[in-house]
Write a protein that binds this ligand. Structure first.
Ligand code: NAD
Ligand code: G6P
Ligand code: MN
Length: 444
């Protein structure tokens, strides 16, 4: 594989996460020799704004002569000769995220972009487009690696597994890194010393242990005690973001009520669905917060650059999000075998769970892709039961997509653990069918 003058494509180039990715790319330039960043998006206006911002970022680091920044809405131009494709599309944009969140909430159910029925609505919208991107990459750059973090990740990766079982692709989520960063920062640990064991589905899992090589033992029991007593705090760059502080508070609550394993905060939507609904404003959801925050700030950054305004132009900080993606690319190019939580086909990694589930477990990443670890212990009946129901619901949803089956979709909606009965599952499904016309497959 080529390891110099790499071309990196960002699919969904207009995403508000792009500046954070570019920031991480610039920081890692010694380890990743790229000469072109290509923004691929179906929306040329968003792509143009982003091209301006990235140009500005490169200029600030004096890299404008070494790295070219291009944009395209044409897949062949975008993907041809690429080495890496970072995939971060949001099918239907934040406007449809708002719909995903508000329809369930109207019926007293969790309104969230990846969990509950909102995640299912987003999933059925995204499968077709993500498969199309994989197909483009197979056609125009078959040796390229796709690093995918497009949500909802378990559903997306399950669909890809069925059509492209051997694709050169890593599916990863930043949530475990964000949990670990927050713990390390709050309690004064160095995360680089950690070797965590984690298992679950995406946004649905638990840590079994966190081995710290600097003290040669599992420090998870003491971390759990600290979380139980002191809770977790949001990072400074996130100050004012009430949603994330609430998420950490719920993680602490789950840890207290179900001792022995450190949970992913997203479990709050399944274990405490009513409580999370009570905290949500049905008229102003997370999509509105993002539209009025990150999205607006991004447009503002582009405007300032376009109008040559001086002063503080760049305004972004996505914590570790961009860095872990770039680190995975570095690990592939340099055959580093860095350890990451990845979403992979189980195939015995979790011994007592069905083999074809898409699970999130630690994996070593090198030139040949992911080598997931085998856990070599059975997970508890509690975790297994929760995961099996969620996995069955997600599989049924993907079946519904490929079979155009209303029946399978209704089964998926009914089985979702945020849904109390089949009546409300049907009402919400029917509303989503209307709201997603043109996006969802025809279900009959
Ligand atoms: P955004 O709306 O700001 O950006 C997404 C971009 O994708 C838009 O510019 C849009 O025009 C483009 N797009 C939509 N459909 C496309 C298609 N078919 N082909 C090419 N481009 C297309 O959204 P965002 O908030 O930046 O999030 C982007 C994605 O990344 C979402 O799926 C989000 O859930 C995901 N995400 C995942 C993680 C993770 O840890 N897994 C973290 C952050 C964001
Ligand atoms: C975390 C999750 C992502 C999710 C994001 C939402 O990073 O791991 O999967 O997309 O949060 O953040 P937002 O600010 O868009 O609500
Ligand atoms: Mn995620």
């Amino acid at each position: 594989m080529k390891n110099k003058n790499l071309k990196i494509v960002i699919a969904g180039g207009g995403s508000t996460y792009t500046p954070g990715i570019v920031q991480a790319l610039i920081k890692s330039r010694q380890k990743l020799d790229f000469s072109e960043i290509m923004l691929y998006d179906i929306d040329d206006t968003r792509n143009s704004d982003m091209q301006l911002i990235v140009e500005y970022q490169l200029k600030q680091e004096n890299l404008q002569s070494e790295v070219s920044i291009k944009k395209s809405t044409d897949p062949e131009e975008a993907f041809r000769d690429s080495t890496f494709v970072f995939s971060q599309i949001r099918v239907g944009g934040l406007k449809m995220r708002e719909v995903d969140e508000k329809i369930p909430l109207k019926h007293g159910l969790v309104g969230q972009e990846t969990c509950g029925l909102g995640g299912f609505s987003y999933g059925l919208r995204t499968i077709k487009e993500i498969l199309r991107i994989v197909e483009y990459v197979q056609r125009f750059a078959p040796d390229a690696w796709i690093l995918n973090y497009t949500n909802p990740e378990t559903i997306v990766s399950e669909a890809i597994r069925r059509v492209y079982p051997n694709v050169r692709m890593l599916n990863a989520c930043d949530m475990t890194i964000s949990i670990e960063e927050t713990i390390a920062r709050d309690y004064g640990y160095n995360r680089n010393n950690w070797q965590p064991v984690y298992y679950g589905l995406n946004h649905f899992g638990w840590y079994k242990s966190i081995y710290d090589i600097s003290v040669d033992r599992d420090i998870m029991p003491e971390i759990l005690e600290k979380i139980s007593n002191e809770g977790l705090k949001i990072a400074d760059f996130n100050k004012g973001d009430k949603t994330w502080q609430e998420a950490w508070d719920m993680l602490a609550k789950i840890s207290r009520n179900f001792p022995g394993a450190l949970p992913n905060n997203y479990l709050e939507y399944y274990l405490y669905s009513e409580e999370t609904v009570e905290k949500m404003d049905p008229n102003y959801t997370r999509a509105n917060i993002v539209l009025d925050g990150r999205e607006k700030r991004t447009r503002e950054m582009a405007r300032k650059i376009r109008e040559n305004e001086s002063g503080d132009v760049l305004d972004f900080n996505f914590g570790e999000h961009g860095q872990y993606i770039v680190d995975m690319a570095v690990s592939i190019v340099n055959n580093d075998h860095g350890r990451y939580m990845l979403i992979v086909e189980n195939k015995g990694a979790i011994p007592n769970l069905r083999s074809d589930a898409m699970v999130e477990v630690p994996a070593y990443v090198g030139r040949n892709g992911a080598e997931p670890i085998s856990l070599r212990f059975d997970i508890s009946d509690f975790h297994k039961g929760l995961m099996e129901v969620q996995n069955a619901a997600e599989k049924l949803l993907v079946d519904a997509y490929f079979e155009n089956s209303y029946n399978k979709a209704l089964q998926a909606f009914t089985l979702n653990q945020t849904v109390p009965n089949a009546n409300v599952a049907k009402v919400v499904l029917d509303e989503f069918i209307e709201a997603n016309r043109g996006y969802w497959p025809e279900l009959h």
